[in-house]
Design a protein around this ligand. Structure first.
Ligand code: HEC
Ligand code: HEC
Ligand code: HEC
Ligand code: HEC
Ligand code: HEC
Length: 201
């Protein structure tokens, strides 16, 4: 009995450790290679496109949409039309082959997160994702751990932007002592959940 169970337990433990400590889950710094070397530094930084030009649902939904090839083709039907780097985009646009971006940020399924509530309250993209406009390859800036979520939920004030600062503006830095506790969406006192069922539903 023990002879059978022990190796099994050992394998499970090894798997669990490997699984939880593989980069996807230990998180910060995770930056997988993508099928097309899309650069946020070029498109959001140098060209200055707003995040919502591509991530169209981030204010309305839980999930921030990844743009379809047609969004890229708004420009790339005119710019760099023969670039081999863009062939996967053109193929997807023709309907030949879908473009599969590798997900960078990934919470486990048992943790509930949605963008719209955060963005509406006035938390900027940069507070959670860092300076995406300077990243040639998207890299995860923060651990997305439970304590990371809770640190802000216990004291959101320094991260809430005044209503005249866009949530997508990348270079906004809170002035010393800055704290806002009123939601810019609803005008009521902010109350991010710290009870377990707030994030584990
Ligand atoms: C021209 C379109 C475009 C613009 C503009 C753009 N993005 Fe993206 N974004 C993408 C694409 C395509 C991906 C998927 C490939 C990748 O991860 O690089 C992506 C990925 C991301 C990811 C990682 C998603 C994941 O898998 O976890 C984040 C975070 C992100 N973008 C934030 C931003 C922010 C913040 C801005 C504004 C400063 C922005 N993006 C502007 C197209 C865009
Ligand atoms: C608003 C216009 C615009 C949009 C939308 C756009 N791009 Fe670009 N992209 C450019 C410009 C401008 C360049 C730089 C061209 C140059 O350097 O001459 C570029 C360059 C690139 C390059 C480098 C190509 C090379 O040969 O070096 C890649 C790859 C790329 N874009 C991918 C994408 C992807 C993927 C999307 C959609 C998620 C996208 N772009 C959306 C304007 C755009
Ligand atoms: C409060 C923190 C927070 C803010 C603010 C935030 N994000 Fe995210 N973002 C996350 C987390 C956490 C994930 C991973 C979600 C998951 O795996 O379920 C994520 C994932 C993403 C993704 C991948 C698709 C998805 O929804 O899983 C994109 C793209 C993205 N964010 C873009 C943005 C943009 C653009 C903004 C600003 C308009 C923004 N985010 C603001 C925390 C945040
Ligand atoms: C930088 C600050 C910040 C970070 C980081 C952050 N949050 Fe929040 N969260 C907020 C604010 C502000 C609200 C809005 C509270 C309100 O409107 O009263 C909120 C609200 C929520 C809500 C309530 C949504 C609803 O429908 O009521 C959930 C769930 C949530 N956050 C989950 C998370 C999770 C999970 C993480 C970590 C992956 C996270 N948050 C990280 C600031 C943050
Ligand atoms: C603000 C959101 C939030 C709240 C509130 C919250 N959690 Fe979590 N919890 C998370 C996230 C996000 C993860 C995933 C962390 C990761 O992947 O590293 C997590 C992971 C966990 C895990 C998995 C083990 C671990 O540490 O990775 C357990 C168990 C857990 N939470 C229990 C609780 C309990 C019990 C409470 C109430 C006292 C609670 N959580 C409150 C967001 C939250």
């Amino acid at each position: 009995m023990i002879g059978v169970a022990l190796p099994l337990v050992a394998t499970t433990v090894v798997f669990a450790i490997w699984y939880w400590f593989s980069p996807k889950f230990t998180d910060a710094g995770y930056a997988p290679a993508q099928p097309v070397p899309f650069s946020h530094k070029l498109h959001a930084g140098d060209i200055g496109l707003d995040c919502r030009y591509c991530h169209t649902t981030v204010e309305k939904a839980g999930f921030a949409a990844i743009p379809p090839a047609s969004t890229c083709m708004n420009c790339h039907s005119q710019v760099r039309t023969t670039s081999p780097l863009l062939e996967p985009v053109r193929a997807a646009y023709r309907g030949d082959k879908s473009l599969e971006w590798v997900k960078v940020h990934m919470l486990p399924e048992y943790a509930y997160f949605e963008h719209s509530v955060h963005v509406a309250a006035g938390v900027g993209c940069a507070s959670c994702h860092g300076r995406i406009d300077k990243m040639t390859v998207v890299s995860q800036e923060h651990p997305l751990s439970m304590s990371w979520c809770l640190d802000c939920h216990r004291n959101p004030g320094p991260n809430i932007r005044p209503s005249d600062v866009e949530v997508t503006q990348m270079d906004w830095v809170a002035p010393p002592g800055h704290s806002l506790t009123i939601s810019r969406a609803t005008g009521r006192e902010l109350n991010p959940p710290t009870h377990c069922s707030g994030c584990h539903r």
